[in-house]
Design a protein around this ligand. Structure first.
Ligand SMILES: NC(=O)c1ccc[n+]([C@@H]2O[C@H](COP(=O)([O-])OP(=O)(O)OC[C@H]3O[C@@H](n4cnc5c(N)ncnc54)[C@H](O)[C@@H]3O)[C@@H](O)[C@H]2O)c1
Length: 303
């Protein structure tokens, strides 16, 4: 018996990198998987069917069930078709792992409008489209089932860039912060369907990370534990997708190597009150000492 026997999953961007190992892990635990991948370059250009087809072949070779889907997750019709494919091929949709995306890094002072629009589109609108179409499927199923909990799972992919910023990828940081807010909102909406929504913050050696300034930190060691192997991320996705995590929703979790972290929701770090109108002097008297003690965020990855 697998933890995900009888469940049907979509993993977007599953032809390579993290999505590939996540699709394989869900299949290993018994899920039937729709392997979505448009097959783009790192910068999001072009199309290639082979990454998704290769992962489907890997899953079927190990005795699992999978179909390929080559749609663009941020296209309204193609993402609706993605959800329909899961339902038509396997009878329903239970688990959606939103992972697809690409980067177009540039310092904000030089960033082109298209670099901002395209990156926000693929990550944030890509998450919105699949979540939106999945929720309408879940609503219909929930009503047809007389309000029985569905046990559905939404797993979104954010980044440390959304939590602490990143030099040269303000477009990506903004999209990933939007994904976090979207998913926490989704967690509230899916509660009545008996479903959960959580945010994954991965760290792994993929083509995306190896194209960036921190690539040397992610290289495979010649001996010993391979901290940044993408395979260390996938079990957390399967755990969140499984009934074991039915009480976990609206959370932000990070995993890499041998470390797993649950982030606290934003909470008040400092509070002060004042009677009467605010002036800059009053604000400075109250806030100045607090900020004088704070460390500014300087090191993106904190490694
Ligand atoms: N690797 C890391 O350390 C890291 C850290 C934080 C967040 N992430 C996030 O993890 C996710 C996976 O990244 P990765 O590192 O595996 O990158 P990757 O480039 O190896 O894989 C991304 C996949 O998404 C596909 N894709 C791109 N645009 C698509 C679209 N419109 N529709 C469908 N598929 C599309 C690509 O073809 C590619 O196969 C991304 O959302 C990324 O931002 C990765």
């Amino acid at each position: 018996m697998g933890f995900l026997d009888g469940r049907v999953a979509i993993v977007t961007g599953a032809g390579r990198g993290l999505g590939r190992v996540e699709a394989l892990e869900l299949a290993r635990h018994g899920a039937a998987v729709v392997v979505n991948d448009l097959g783009t370059t790192l910068a999001g250009t072009g199309h290639d069917a082979s990454p998704a087809e290769d992962v489907v072949a890997e899953i079927t070779a190990m005795g699992g069930r999978a179909v390929a889907h080559f749609g663009d997750v941020a296209d309204w019709e193609q993402s609706a078709d993605l959800v329909r494919t899961a339902v038509d091929e396997f009878g329903a949709l239970d688990i959606v792992v939103n992972n697809a995306g690409f980067i177009r890094d540039s310092m904000l002072q030089k960033m082109e409008e298209s670099e901002f629009d395209d990156v926000v589109r693929v990550h944030l609108k890509g998450h919105f489209c699949t979540i939106r179409h999945t929720l309408s499927h879940w609503r219909e199923r929930w009503k047809a089932g007389g309000g029985e909990p569905l046990g559905g799972r939404l797993i979104s992919t954010s980044s440390e860039a959304a939590l602490i910023g990143a030099m040269g990828s303000g477009n990506y940081s903004a999209a990933k912060a939007g994904i976090t807010a979207l998913t926490i909102s989704a967690a509230r909406e899916v509660l009545r369907f008996g479903c959960t929504a959580n945010v994954l913050v991965p760290r792994a050696r993929t083509r995306m990370i190896m194209s960036g300034p921190s690539a040397t930190r992610f290289e495979q060691p010649e001996h010993g534990f391979d901290t940044f192997a993408p395979e260390h991320v996938a079990p957390l996705v399967a755990w969140l997708a499984s009934p074991l995590a039915e009480r976990v929703s609206g959370q932000v979790l990070q995993v890499w190597g041998g470390e797993v972290t649950v982030y606290e929701r934003p909470r008040r770090a400092f509070e002060a009150t004042h009677e009467g109108d605010w002036t800059l002097e009053v604000l400075d008297d109250l806030l100045g000492p607090f900020f004088a003690d704070q460390e500014p965020v300087v090191d993106g990855f904190g490694l």
